[in-house]
Write a protein that binds this ligand. Structure first.
Ligand SMILES: NC(=O)c1ccc[n+]([C@@H]2O[C@H](COP(=O)([O-])OP(=O)(O)OC[C@H]3O[C@@H](n4cnc5c(N)ncnc54)[C@H](O)[C@@H]3O)[C@@H](O)[C@H]2O)c1
Length: 438
């Protein structure tokens, strides 16, 4: 599978920027026009559009506006006017560099196209992940630099679209940042760097967790709402929008394990279900998943994610090696011989650093493309969901090659979302042993 290999040593996150730099800048066969599509901005004002004006979109816009140099937010898009207005007032209080008059505020399913059509250099994509492949593809087609949040898709076809658009971005010399901010955390960079340099010998086992009490409670159905609006307002609980919490949250920890391994799993098997979050208002997602992943060299990664209040909580990654152990999120390494290392020193806010790094690359015209890695780490989480929903061993190749698309056939307020409630208002819940998820 050219370009979709789960173990692309030559495009590892650690070495990715270095390699892509050499590949693009050093190539004598690429025509000059390839470079003409995006130029170094230097000190020029960088104009941005925000697409998806919720909690993270508001935060990402603040971070973009706080990067060194002149930055202005000039266009905003959201599915809902109330969400856009709330974000606009919060950003207006935060920063004077918000210049979004009424004619550059866009609402609805096609709002992203209108915002991207404004005279902008970069777009921030922070909608629920079900829309990411469409929005990313369009932004790249229009020649825009992109910051997009994780996850970057919710199914195999979406991942393939993002990987293809990432290639186009490289050809057009467009920079892409993905919100896997641990890659920009000094603590993680130092800890993972030491593990890759052999601090605990060969890695024999990885464990990772996103065990917590869950996210926001479902918003009540109003009589005026169509089914499409109801699900959009409650996007977390519907897979075509969210991908389930293993994809939406646990991706961060799975991604760190991939980073340590410098590659992606070749298969997964697992189990999960709905133990406490069983009401119909909780849509169709599970409240717990446990997955055993296998990497190409046979190394196992055990993953747990849970949304159950009152149970043990942990959001972290651990590595075991032939010469010691590491608490990765804690920035601690301990060898079997008794040697100990602990990360000390400043650990600047990685949400801000990831924006500083991306914007600096745009200004200096340095290669920068986190999209393929972000897509493959998202794929790792989707692979886990496919394993827990089906109860089968699922291979990376089958998962990535899957034609099972979760997205709706039409995007409109009166269109049917892909998952509909039965006469009692209950949504179909995946059943291991019966559900086909690939
Ligand atoms: N990196 C991180 O640590 C981190 C943290 C939080 C959220 N996130 C990610 O950010 C994304 C958004 O999460 P959030 O917590 O901000 O959710 P949110 O619900 O607060 O915001 C999402 C916004 O997108 C809007 N939207 C939905 N569909 C749209 C469409 N088609 N076009 C335009 N706007 C649309 C919604 O109306 C809403 O305002 C998710 O992918 C999430 O995983 C990442």
């Amino acid at each position: 599978m050219t370009g979709l290999d789960p173990n692309p040593k030559s495009t590892s996150r650690r070495t990715f920027l270095k390699h892509s730099s050499a590949a693009i800048v050093g190539s004598s066969i690429l025509p000059r026009t390839v470079f003409a599509q995006a130029d170094a901005l230097g000190d020029r004002e960088l104009r941005i559009a925000l697409i998806g004006c919720g909690g993270r979109g508001t935060g990402a816009a603040k971070q973009a506006l706080s990067t060194p140099g002149k930055v202005k937010l000039v266009a905003m898009a959201d599915a809902f006017r109330d969400r856009l207005d709330k974000c606009f007032s919060e950003l207006g209080l935060h920063d004077v560099n918000v210049d979004v008059p009424e004619e550059r505020k866009f609402v609805g399913f096609d709002a992203y196209e209108k915002a991207i059509a404004c005279d902008v250099d970069l777009v921030i994509l922070t909608t629920p992940p079900g829309f990411r492949p469409i929005h990313f593809e369009h932004a790249i087609a229009q020649g825009k630099h992109v910051f997009m949040e994780k996850p970057v898709a919710v199914d195999g076809p979406g991942i393939r679209r993002v990987i293809a658009a990432a290639e186009v971005a490289k050809e057009k010399n467009l920079k892409v940042g993905v919100g896997l901010q641990r890659h920009h955390s000094k603590k993680y960079l130092e800890t993972v760097g030491r593990l890759q340099d052999g601090a605990i010998g060969d890695i024999t086992l990885l464990r990772c967790y996103w065990n917590g009490g869950g996210v926001w409670e479902p918003r009540p159905r109003q009589p005026s709402m169509t089914e499409m609006e109801y699900q959009m307002r409650n996007w977390y609980y519907y897979n075509w929008l969210c991908g389930d919490h293993i994809v939406e949250q646990h991706i961060h920890n799975l991604d760190v394990c991939n980073w340590i391994m410098d590659g992606f799993p070749v298969s997964a098997q697992g189990q999960g279900g709905r133990q406490v979050r069983t009401g119909m208002e909780y849509g169709e997602i599970f409240d717990h998943h446990m997955v055993e992943y296998t990497y190409a060299d046979g190394t196992k990664m055990l993953s747990q994610c849970r949304h159950i209040k009152g149970a043990w909580t942990s959001v972290n990654e651990h590595a075991h090696g032939t010469l010691g152990v590491a608490n990765v999120g804690g920035g601690q390494i301990e060898s079997t011989g008794g040697w100990k290392w602990r990360f000390t020193g400043d650990n600047p806010d990685a949400y801000q650093v990831e924006h500083n790094d991306l914007f600096a690359a745009i200004r200096k015209d340095e290669p920068y493309n986190e999209a393929e890695w972000g897509a493959k780490s998202t794929m790792t989480a989707i692979l886990g969901r496919m394993a827990t929903y089906s109860g089968q061993v699922v291979s990376w190749d089958d998962a990535l090659g899957s034609e099972l698309a979760l997205v709706p056939t039409a995007y409109a307020w009166d269109a049917d979302p892909p998952s509909l409630p039965d006469a009692d208002g209950r949504y179909p819940i995946p059943t291991p042993g019966m559900t086909q998820s690939v």
